[in-house]
Write a protein that binds this ligand. Sequence first.
Ligand SMILES: C[S@@+](CC[C@H](N)C(=O)[O-])C[C@H]1O[C@@H](n2cnc3c(N)ncnc32)[C@H](O)[C@@H]1O
Length: 218
Amino acid sequence: MKANSKIIFSNQPGVHENLEKTVLRHLNSAFLKPISDHTRAAFDDVTSQIAVHDRPLVLDACCGVGDSSRALAAIYPDHWVVGVDKSASRLNREREHSSPENLILVRADLNDFYRLAAAAEWRPTHHFVLYPNPWPKAEHLKRRWHGAPVFPDMLKLGGRLELRSNWRLYLEEFCAALTLAGHRGEIEPYDAGNPITPFEAKYKASGQALWRLTAKLT
Ligand SMILES: C[S@@+](CC[C@H](N)C(=O)[O-])C[C@H]1O[C@@H](n2cnc3c(N)ncnc32)[C@H](O)[C@@H]1O
């Protein structure tokens, strides 16, 4: 694969100066924005599908075209793997590999889906967020998952959380936000020997460094 992905450029010299203030505000207040009907319906649909067999859960948030979810469904054949993305065009894109029976792909807004999952006491054993949109401009802090009001609900799910990014600062900020919430994350270089998402493949083919953050949210 030939690729020429742009290196991420940010006007931020380091962790955002408002990170602590923003995260603490979200940790200390409820996110009251009404939940959209379409995400509630999508969540109810997933709930009824996973109720058919009692299995542990793997959540693949921001799954894009779902390649990572398919890979995870093969790695965890005894789990339900739920891939969530807001983009119908990505989810519906034709893919080379067929979908295994333990895979559920769902179109939903994670700002709402996370709150529903936390309220329903979902406890995925693994929660992946692979190459989330980086939003590198400083004014876009609140669009990053750790700067968003839903961040506390994301953490309530527990389990082993893994984020991957080609922008180390995103993971450093996420890690700092985890610390503010009483958790500990670790960041390490990630060697995507066998890329499992299109973005991972594209960044690797462009020769970019990849990073991984992991945390056990108990
Ligand atoms: C950079 S892409 C990465 C996709 C995939 N994980 C990959 O590595 O190829 C980020 C994905 O996050 C999804 N996304 C962003 N915000 C979202 C939200 N609020 N709810 C659900 N999906 C969202 C986008 O639709 C997009 O598919």
